[in-house]
Design a protein around this ligand. Structure first.
Ligand SMILES: NC(=O)c1ccc[n+]([C@@H]2O[C@H](COP(=O)([O-])OP(=O)(O)OC[C@H]3O[C@@H](n4cnc5c(N)ncnc54)[C@H](OP(=O)(O)O)[C@@H]3O)[C@@H](O)[C@H]2O)c1
Length: 331
């Protein structure tokens, strides 16, 4: 990489075809913004898998570098909040969708989109957390804001072996909750117990036939799957329990009876991570850095080079990735 030319994974559509390839790009061709960042790491999220494979309409600019998050070092800044050499993290804000993404050795963005690298974690660990861990923490905070506190009851996490799921299992267990991991991959049971799950159940628990109200079991739930799994969760949520829904890896529509809501006061909270205001971002990252041991972050992480992203994008959209994939954009 020279100062003016760098490498990016670029998706281009046109002429009836679609290309995904590593290309040399000029700094001058980056979009406008106050801060120029030399990217060290990005990550592969489910949404990135959809963007790279074209299985979902994620990219709104053509040609485009996908990648909804990155961590790196400031090279130039026209904003007083950052100076060259500062280490920064970015998740969301439409980066990798409407704005040039993180699968790129350089990027230029608005200063308000950046968060200083939280103390105690490296750039690589910040991306191992990435959008997935940030979203998982937003779910934990949403559950606690809506009444989840110390309880004997269990908290269930669906899509548990995925990125958001793995992070949510680890964070809830560290916060002292008895966590049940729901997965379609029973072979990952030991991995999930290693992250702190007290029990592991098959995701079919939620999609099988059942009555509108089953025995109360869950104090709360983090659902990363959506669809029929989310629809099935409410039946066994305890009185005044709360469900944080953040994902759609298993479907976008769900059916549920009203009984859990009107007879048990169950609440459904939606969680989004893209447009979260800066103060809430800082609070979520501070808690992640404080509460999540770096050893656990490392345990759920695999590092790949930028060139491996197309193949791994197929893998993640087929629900075969375990934990978090960090992308070393300079490898
Ligand atoms: N709201 C937000 O701002 C936000 C932010 C980040 C992510 N998300 C969403 O959260 C979800 C998870 O993201 P991620 O990056 O963690 O993805 P991921 O690593 O691919 O994890 C998704 C997990 O969901 C389960 N799953 C996948 N397909 C399924 C199916 N057809 N039926 C049932 N379960 C299925 C699998 O877990 P098991 O193998 O353990 O069953 C899979 O590992 C995605 O829908 C993503 O778009 C939303």
């Amino acid at each position: 990489m020279s100062d003016n030319i760098f490498r990016a994974l670029v998706v281009e559509e046109g002429g009836g075809g679609r290309s995904v390839e590593l290309r040399d790009v000029r700094v001058a061709d980056l979009p406008p913004g106050e801060v120029l960042v030399r990217v060290a790491y990005s990550t592969l999220n489910y949404k990135d898998g959809l963007a790279v494979t074209g299985k979902g309409k994620v990219l709104r600019v053509n040609p485009m570098a996908p990648g909804i998050d990155f961590a790196g070092t400031v090279v130039e800044s026209a904003a007083p909040a950052f100076k060259p050499g500062d280490e920064v993290v970015l998740t969301g804000w439409g980066v990798g969708e409407r704005h040039w993404g993180g699968f790129s050795q350089m990027n230029r963005v608005k200063a308000e989109w950046l968060v200083p690298l939280p103390e105690g974690i490296s750039l690589k660990q910040a991306m191992a957390v990435g959008t997935a861990g940030f979203t998982a923490m937003l779910c934990v905070q949403a559950l606690e804001r809506h009444g989840l506190g110390p309880t004997e009851r269990e908290v269930v996490v669906t899509g548990a072996a995925g990125g958001v799921g793995s992070m949510a299992v680890a964070m809830l267990a560290r916060a002292g909750y008895r966590v049940v991991a729901a997965t379609g991959r029973p072979a990952e049971a030991e991995y999930l117990r290693g992250l702190g799950a007290a029990d592991v159940i098959d995701r079919a628990f939620f999609t099988g036939p059942g009555r509108p109200l089953e025995s109360e079991r869950w104090a709360a739930a983090v659902d990363t799957v959506g669809g029929a799994v989310l629809g099935g969760i409410f039946r066994s949520v305890a009185y005044h329990g709360v469900v944080a829904a953040c994902g759609n890896a298993g479907g976008v529509e769900f059916t549920a009876s009203v009984f859990p809501f009107i007879l048990r006061g169950v609440r459904l909270i939606g969680v989004e991570s893209v447009l979260v205001p800066p103060a809430e971002r800082l609070a979520a990252w501070a808690r992640i850095a404080r509460d999540l041991p770096t050893e656990l972050i490392d345990r759920m992480t695999e590092v790949i080079p930028l060139g491996a992203v197309p193949a791994y994008s197929e893998t993640i959209t087929n629900a075969q990735v375990r934990g978090r994939i960090v992308i070393d954009v300079n490898a």
